[in-house]
Write a protein that binds this ligand. Structure first.
Ligand code: GUN
Length: 284
């Protein structure tokens, strides 16, 4: 399953729609500190904005920025009528209370879907901004016509960004999956994974899921983006997923590669959420 392919298809649709609008949707991206992965994500987000005709505000703050100052900046963006969506790149430095920062974003501008109001509505199956990575996973499954109805789905990882929202979305009445969510205390992770018709790996551990953990013909969605040392590359590192792609690819019905799988979908869904936010807000 190529996230690159599905992404370019959806991005083209978004680009066309933005072309018909009397305004350009505006995304504010807030980055605190100099985490190399975060810098790279933020760059991809800005690039996507430019490609699709969105405008963007880039707020890059020193790693020592106080929580008070960050909350002030978010408040300004929140009250700025030109800004449709606010994204605060996570993780934030340790001295900052992430929950408090997320709560400072209005649900209407929370294009990441991380605020309690959006998360609560997601669990209730009501209208909300769906977090970008889970939304991207659903879009991939839909594009490749992989039904989750009656399927056994195993999610490895219980994060607020991926594990919690995707497991809730899949168990709802429109998806009808039987969902198991594993965590670091799961007694026998291999036995749980072997049950999966659809395995969603979102544990942040390089190539943790090997061929012995996946049943023949399963569908595997690899959410991991891990940097590992690779002296054979000029830059000294490469990106791998949470699954061992080489081991799994001939065993499964379908799998997402890393890179080029879920990653591009996440950014595309961020653009889609920002477009939705802009349409809603500007309709008046
Ligand atoms: N860090 C890793 N994934 C995400 C994401 O989807 N949104 C934000 N804001 N930060 C992230």
């Amino acid at each position: 399953m190529s996230g690159k392919e599905v992404s370019s298809f959806i991005r083209e649709e978004i680009r066309k729609e933005v072309g018909t609008l009397a305004f350009s949707p505006c995304l504010a991206v807030v980055l605190v500190g100099d985490n190399p992965a975060s810098i790279s994500y933020v760059e991809s987000k800005k690039k996507a904005c430019e490609e699709l005709g969105f405008s963007h505000r880039d707020i890059e703050l020193d790693k020592d920025t106080s929580q008070e100052r960050l909350l002030e900046i978010i408040d300004e963006l929140d009250n700025d009528d030109e800004v449709d969506g606010i994204l605060v790149q996570l993780p934030l430095p340790r001295h900052i209370d992430t929950d408090m920062v997320i709560r400072a974003i209005s649900p209407e501008k929370d294009v990441d879907g991380f605020t309690p109001v959006n998360m609560g509505n997601l669990v209730l199956g009501q209208e909300c901004f769906i977090p970008c990575t889970p939304k991207g996973i659903l879009a991939l499954l839909d594009y490749y016509r992989i039904s989750t109805d009656g399927k056994k789905v195993v999610v490895v990882g219980r994060s607020n960004i991926v594990g919690k929202p995707i497991s809730n979305l899949l168990m709802q009445r429109d998806r009808n999956a039987t969902v198991t969510v594993c965590n670091t205390h799961t007694k026998d992770l291999r036995a749980e994974c072997l049950q999966a018709d659809i395995l969603i790996a979102a544990c942040g551990q390089s190539e943790a899921i090997g061929a012995d953990m996946v049943k023949d013909g399963a569908v595997v969605v690899d959410v991991g983006i891990n940097r590992i040392d690779d002296p054979t590359r000029e830059r000294g590192w490469r990106i791998v997923g949470d699954c061992n792609y080489a081991e799994l690819k001939d065993k499964v019905h379908a799998i997402t590669p890393v890179p080029g799988g879920v990653g591009p979908m996440t950014i595309t869904m961020l653009m889609e959420n920002t477009l939705i936010a802009a349409r809603k807000r500007r309709r008046g």
